[in-house]
Design a protein around this ligand. Structure first.
Ligand SMILES: Nc1ncnc2c1ncn2[C@@H]1O[C@H](COP(=O)(O)OP(=O)(O)O)[C@@H](O)[C@H]1O
Ligand SMILES: [Mg+2]
Length: 342
């Protein structure tokens, strides 16, 4: 059985046990499906889902301190298996945050990694992003394989699968988003950017340094009121220096907001990069950059930082976007926005 088939089964399994799916479950009760699933124990179902090489012993060895819900257990264990095998993690201690697109877990490190904890960001199989919205970010960026290599347009099999939205095609796209996030973390970390340290990646999960301690994970900035004016300016400068750093490497975060900035003990890190945008190749680069800056400025203005989003954007625009002749369409966007406001 291929991994891609597994994902289909996972999705069905997850849906079945998702406690939020009351409506679907009720409907299913009223109208039994033609393809009836015979009654099996949970472990029998897990073995069947995970394939032939899966034994109960294997499952037992992944027993974790954190008890995943029934519908979460299979994809969690499958997503983290390679990190257990590499001895990077030895346990899953807690769910930091469960989301629609990804869940983040605090893990105990294994013998192959120093320090106490790592954060594992586990993407939900396939339920990644709404394809129509994705196009804006994908413009001017290639697909990345799980080996962090650009998928060539001449790879006809893959290109056809993507066009047909087949199971395999969707998995390729899913992995590409995740690889962009990992690659961005690596590039930013290497040049001293304020991001978690990337540790390892597999098809479905990113392992990175954990921001927080045993009692609590770092808060996102939207939950923090910065009382001290100097601290607010200090943190604002860190964010904008990182926007600048990204632009110097032709990147725009694309979903930057106080929700994707973590605050811990007086410092901050930027997170959540799958939609990272190519500032030279994306025709909507100016629009996307401007939105990022507006969201950040709006927050900091509320904390007493006197900065004007439009002026900040214009400065970045002049330095990074306007000089690039490839960005003539982005330039057009910029003008349109100016017109809007007059
Ligand atoms: N390295 C980390 N250390 C601690 N908490 C993290 C880390 N990465 C993410 N989180 C937590 O998980 C949440 C979701 O992560 P994020 O990357 O923003 O994914 P998404 O918003 O797509 O679900 C964050 O808001 C934060 O609370
Ligand atoms: Mg986020």
């Amino acid at each position: 059985m291929s991994r891609y088939d597994d994902f289909d089964k996972y999705a069905a399994y997850e849906e079945e046990f998702d406690p939020t799916n009351f409506d679907r479950r009720a409907r299913r009760k009223r109208k039994p499906k033609a393809r009836h699933v015979p009654k099996k124990t949970v472990s029998e179902q897990l073995i069947e889902i995970a394939g032939d090489d899966f034994s109960l012993d294997h499952f037992e060895s992944f027993k974790t301190t954190y008890t995943p819900s029934l519908y979460e257990a299979d994809w969690l264990i499958d997503s983290l298996r390679s990190f257990f095998e590499e001895d990077l993690i030895s346990d899953v201690l807690a769910l930091v945050k469960g989301g629609k697109e990804a869940s983040v877990y605090r893990c105990a490190t294994g013998p192959a990694y120093e320090g106490d904890y790592l954060a594992a960001k586990v993407y939900r199989p396939r339920k990644f992003r709404n394809l129509t919205n994705d196009q804006m970010y994908r413009d001017g960026r290639e697909l990345l394989s799980d080996k962090d290599e650009i998928i060539d347009n001449s790879d006809h099999r893959t290109m056809r699968a993507i066009k047909k939205h087949s199971s395999f095609g969707r998995q390729v796209e899913h992995t590409s988003w995740l690889m962009y996030e990992f690659r961005t973390l690596q590039e930013m970390y290497e040049v001293g950017g304020a991001v978690p340290k990337p540790v390892e990646v597999n098809e479905n999960t990113i392992l990175m340094s954990y921001i927080g301690d045993a009692n609590r994970a770092a808060s996102s900035l939207n939950k923090i009121r910065i009382e001290d004016r100097d601290e607010a300016y200090y943190l604002y400068d860190i964010v904008m220096n990182n926007v600048d750093l990204m632009l110097s490497m032709d990147m725009i975060h694309g979903d930057l907001s106080p929700y994707n900035i973590l605050y811990w003990e007086g410092d901050i890190v930027l997170i959540d990069f799958p939609q990272v945008v190519n500032s030279r190749g994306n025709t909507q680069a100016a629009f996307i950059l401007r939105r990022d800056i507006e969201r950040v400025c709006e927050y900091f203005v509320r904390q007493g930082v006197e900065r004007d989003a439009k002026a900040v954007f214009s400065d970045f625009y002049e330095r990074y976007i306007a000089p690039d002749p490839q960005n003539f369409i982005a330039d057009h966007w910029h003008e349109e926005f100016d017109d809007d406001e007059e």
